[in-house]
Design a binder for this molecule. Structure first.
Ligand SMILES: Nc1ncnc2c1ncn2[C@@H]1O[C@H](COP(=O)(O)OP(=O)(O)OP(=O)(O)O)[C@@H](O)[C@H]1O
Ligand SMILES: [Mg+2]
Length: 594
């Protein structure tokens, strides 16, 4: 945990100059703190005792000067360290964001949004507290401590030894206290993240909650997570609250002892009153750093727990990583080959895909057909390397997809996913997402090809209409058409459409299909469709059953001799007139052999 904090200090490297100046300011402030008691001693012993007004005046002026210097230095220290630590926090947030963006689908499948958001916000702030406040305070405390100890010893070593009696006791209390606090703070951050996860899920899913009238249940779930957080917060507070009175008692005991022994020495004239006053002032300076270290220890415990959570993200291994010597994929024809491909999702106990081998010639339209959960989406997700095959290889124009750069691979593949997410912004901006420099003409052409132009024109501000987060102000079919336009605009050599015409009405689908030929021209296209009419037009059909390739052929070939295909065509695909199943199939019971 402390090791994580030291690592977090690396984020301060860019701000080393600011941090260095902050430490200088701390030195100045500490020096002022250490000089003041000496001035006081002079005022008392020389000025008051010797009735010398000039010494009193110069001493008082000196005290004012020291206070001014101390004030300015303290201000500078706060300002400079805030500037440095906010800069470091800025870099931390950006680093984590970039890391999260780089992490593969499989990481995000497992991660909870609320967790990640808590780490980028709250945990970064806590680490910042340390590098900004805690660290500089600890440095100043250490300087004060060493300075005060030296001066105490120099002034009166017998009295100093009396004063030091309280130090081991203080350190004992601190050590016990910090040991308890670290794990407590980690639990606190975990519970905060859990609470945020419930919050995030509820806000994202608020429509489902309302549709099923589950508000009371969700409110209860949130309250339960909140109660856990409250309990932990109170527990942490209690630990802190228990430790501080103890620290103060130990400290006060030291002052009492010194005053007693010192007073006796003054009576025996081995110590002057001024010296005793200066001495107790230094004793305060000695206790102050101990308390600061106490508070700092709390900050260290807390920030350490957060730093650990940050590095969990920064150190996460990327399952789909680019090879160091990956080459950029040049222009391609669009030949796809699967060689004995197997896929097992991380954490799964069985293969989702296995023994998958097929070759698709450039410019071919391929339809993937299979029962729900059979692995159709999993197959197409391997082409842009959303996941990596766990066995065999996937080749694009003869290149293993793992040997080319992700950028060059993905920029040649247009993907319309099963659930198309749009970003908050304009319709035009969403269509141009993959090609931000597209002209309005190109955007419109893509929209026309995706049968989206007509409805976009009718929106209140046409292409400049703003769609809400996730595109909620569009219908499901409209959203899909915008997503298709978005995929087409980058003019990909390979086009993947996962269920992308399912929520488009029959009429639009017919229109879209007439244009689909145009869309598919010169591209290798993979379509996972629910409509018989779309499937029938494909050059080749891959029938997926339980993660295996059950059959490959045209619609006419498959319907003639494949019972499973005939059954799926009859029961799962919608629209179009039916062809009769082969006579030997035990139909419509379970589809027969593969
Ligand atoms: N990201 C994932 N992590 C773990 N398992 C997954 C993941 N995605 C899919 N699966 C599992 O892999 C199997 C195949 O899923 P896939 O999404 O490929 O099916 P599909 O044929 O596209 O189904 P549908 O027609 O319903 O879209 C399913 O059993 C599913 O539970
Ligand atoms: Mg799917």
């Amino acid at each position: 945990m402390t090791a994580d904090l030291l690592r977090a200090l690396r984020f301060m490297r860019r701000y080393a100059l600011l941090a260095g100046l902050a430490v200088l300011a701390v030195l100045a402030a500490s020096a002022a703190d250490l000089v003041a008691p000496q001035l006081l001693r002079r005022i008392i012993d020389v000025g008051i005792t010797g009735s010398r007004t000039d010494v009193i005046i110069s001493g008082a002026l000196g005290l004012i000067g020291v206070a001014v210097v101390g004030g300015i230095a303290t201000f500078l220290q706060g300002y400079l360290s805030a500037k440095a630590s906010h800069g470091a926090a800025y870099d931390m947030r950006n680093a984590i964001f970039e890391k999260l963006q780089g992490l593969s689908f499989s990481y995000h499948d497992r991660a909870q949004t609320g967790q990640l958001i808590t780490r980028v916000t709250s945990d970064v702030d806590l680490v910042r507290d340390f590098v900004g406040g805690g660290l500089v305070q600890a440095i100043s405390a250490a300087i004060l401590l060493v300075g005060a100890v030296t001066l105490l010893l120099a002034m009166n070593w017998q009295l100093a030894l009396v004063a030091f009696i309280s130090i081991p006791a203080t350190i004992f209390v601190l050590v016990k206290f910090v040991g308890n606090l670290g794990p407590s703070f980690r639990t606190f951050q975990q519970r905060l993240a859990a609470l945020n996860s419930v919050l995030q899920e509820n806000i994202a899913g608020v429509r489902v909650v309302k549709a099923f009238a589950r508000e009371p249940f969700e409110a209860e779930r949130y309250r339960a997570a909140d109660t856990l957080l409250l309990d932990q917060g109170l527990k942490v507070r209690t630990t802190v609250a228990n430790a501080f009175p103890l620290l103060f008692s130990v400290g006060t005991l030291g002052v009492a002892l010194v005053t007693w022994v010192g007073a006796v020495q003054v009576i025996h004239a081995s110590l002057t009153v001024g010296e005793l006053v200066a001495f107790t002032s230094y004793l305060m300076l000695l206790l102050q750093p101990l308390f600061i270290i106490g508070f700092g220890a709390q900050s260290i415990a807390r920030s350490g727990a957060s730093a650990q959570r940050l590095f969990e993200i920064l150190d996460a291994t990327n399952e789909v990583a680019e090879l160091p010597d990956a080459m950029a994929l040049g222009s391609i024809e669009g030949r796809i080959e699967f060689r004995d491909v197997a896929l097992r999702y991380p954490g799964a106990t069985a293969d989702t895909l296995s023994d998958l081998s097929f070759t698709i010639e450039p410019g071919t339209a391929v339809a993937l057909v299979g029962a729900t959960g059979s692995g159709k989406s999993s197959v197409v997700n391997l082409i842009p390397r959303f996941y990596d095959a766990t066995g065999g290889s996937v080749l694009v124009d003869g290149h293993d997809v793992r040997e080319v750069t992700l950028d060059s691979l993905r920029s040649r593949i247009g993907v319309v996913m099963q659930d198309s997410v749009l970003f908050s912004g304009t319709v035009a901006g969403n269509i141009a997402y993959g090609k931000p420099d597209a002209t309005r003409d190109q955007i419109e052409a893509a929209a026309r090809a995706a049968e989206a132009h007509a409805f976009i024109e009718q929106l209140e501000n046409g292409y400049e209409t703003r769609v809400g987060e996730r595109g909620v102000r569009l219908s499901g079919g409209q959203r899909q058409r915008v997503a298709i336009a978005r995929a087409i605009l980058i003019d990909p050599r390979i086009l993947i459409m996962d269920d992308s015409t399912s929520s488009v009405d029959a009429e639009t689908e017919a229109l879209l299909r007439s244009k689909l030929d145009l869309l598919m021209e010169g591209r290798t296209t993979f379509i996972i469709a629910q409509r018989l009419s779309t499937v029938r037009k494909a050059d080749t059909i891959l029938l997926i059953d339980n993660g295996k390739l059950a059959a490959q052929g045209t619609h006419a070939e498959l319907i003639a001799d494949n019972c499973l295909y005939a059954e799926i065509a009859a029961s799962q695909l919608v629209g179009g007139e039916r062809d009769s199943a082969p006579g030997h199939c035990d139909f419509p019971d379970e589809g027969g052999e593969g």
